[in-house]
Design a protein around this ligand. Structure first.
Ligand SMILES: [Zn+2]
Length: 409
């Protein structure tokens, strides 16, 4: 108890001036270089201090190396302001993609406003939404202190979203451990403030074909890894064609079928050597109703068939298939009540389904109905001169304001 008091006093003594407006928060957040390969702790510590200055208690979960953290904070509801279960989660990832090899008009880590657009890495993906959520907190805290908040408001900031959604599962596991089951979640990825109700999943695979070397004049003594890899790649392409013509595809997606695409290939050392290794990668972007087994099973059958042929010639050869990354799809339907709430608040009943993956599928899978809605366009994400229109930030502020009001009703 006394330790807490000491902490509180020292924090007050060193209290910092934090931005009030979303745009100023966005400027501050862009100033932290949180490219996924770097630590995000400077940003997290800054937000933590802000939350603590507002009297909130933050909960951090770390990666193994302890150089990255998720932050989860709750503005409690209830008469005694002690209720933290249920409620609405506003979720955003703190990491951004690299700027390597891109030509920017201005410094990507210094927010710059030109023609009513704010430029900077993360402007739309997705520090814009986080900025709006942070700017909303003081008002939420005031309502909570007045006993007017009926439903807690949570803010979840994750790390390593851009490299496979690695942070959010730690938040979800922590919530489970603490017995907190939020009612809804809104992931603020850029959707031009329209409602995205479903997205595809991603699975990335690496395939290693192990053949046997020989001089290229003695092909009968070797097993050509590139040749077998190319047969397997041909099969993957045929499978991609087949799944694009399934009759259960979904026209609400801009690409209405699951896609399968080979991305990289490496193999061989010299033209006059039968190669003993060929390695390629492919990714699968599945519609929510399709599972990874739908594509992995036929590929594995093909691998077994090719392996048998290879091993008949040299038993030490074979094919390995490794899953490198996997992010679940977000289903439509689990979130019907939340969709209705958002439609009621915005008067907009447009619903979209998108090809890119977010943390939404992870939230949905742990039983938290989720939609995606945030400022800016995915068109600008990951590119040079990433920007968010200031009007989008304004719209997001308006939307969050209505959401907060819905938590008081
Ligand atoms: Zn994003």
């Amino acid at each position: 108890m006394s330790l807490n008091t000491v902490n509180k006093v020292s924090q007050e003594a060193s209290s910092t001036d934090y931005p009030v407006k979303s745009i100023d928060w966005l400027t501050r957040l862009i100033g932290f270089d949180t490219v996924s390969r770097h630590s995000n702790l400077a940003l997290i510590n800054d937000v933590q201090a802000y939350c603590e200055q507002l009297g909130l208690t933050v909960d951090l979960t770390f990666n193994k190396e302890k150089n990255k953290a998720n932050l989860f904070v709750t503005v409690p509801a209830g008469q005694d302001a002690d209720q933290i279960n249920h409620g609405l989660v506003l979720s955003g990832h703190t990491d951004v993609v690299p700027v390597d090899g891109q030509t920017w008009t201005s410094d990507p880590f210094v927010a710059t406003i030109r023609d009513d657009k704010l430029y900077g890495r993360g402007a739309c993906d997705m520090k814009g939404f986080i900025a709006c959520a942070l700017a909303l907190l003081p008002q939420a805290v005031a309502l909570s202190n007045q006993g007017k908040l009926r439903r807690p408001l949570h803010l979840a900031l994750s790390f390593d979203e851009e490299v496979g959604c690695l942070g959010a599962p730690l938040i979800l596991a922590d919530l489970k451990m603490r017995g907190i089951t939020p009612d809804y979640c809104i992931v603020g990825e850029p959707t031009n403030m329209t409602m995205v109700v479903a997205h595809k999943g991603i699975a990335v695979y690496r395939c290693r074909v192990h053949g046997k070397s020989a001089h290229s004049s003695l092909t009968h003594q070797g097993v050509n890894a590139i040749s077998y890899a190319s047969r397997l790649i041909g099969f993957v392409d045929e499978l991609a064609q087949a799944i694009s013509h399934r009759d259960d595809n979904d026209d609400l997606f801009d690409v209405p079928y699951s896609t399968l695409s080979v991305g990289t290939i490496h193999g061989g050392t010299a033209t006059n050597i039968v190669p003993n290794l060929c390695e390629f990668t492919f990714d699968y972007r599945n519609l929510p109703h399709m599972t990874q087994d739908d594509i992995v099973a036929p590929i594995q059958t093909k691998i077994a068939e090719l392996t048998e042929q290879m091993q008949a010639r040299a038993p030490e050869t074979g094919i390995e298939l490794l899953q490198e990354e996997s992010v679940p799809a977000m289903r439509d339907g689990d979130n019907a009540e939340l969709q209705a709430l958002v439609t009621a608040l915005t008067g907009d009943d447009e619903r979209h389904k998108v090809a890119y993956a977010t943390e939404g599928g992870q939230y949905t899978n742990s039983g938290i109905p989720t939609i995606i809605c945030g400022p800016g366009s995915i068109e600008q994400a990951h590119k040079a001169d990433e920007f968010v229109a200031l009007s989008e930030i304004e719209r997001c502020d308006g939307f969050l304001q209505k959401l907060l009001e819905s938590c008081t009703a």
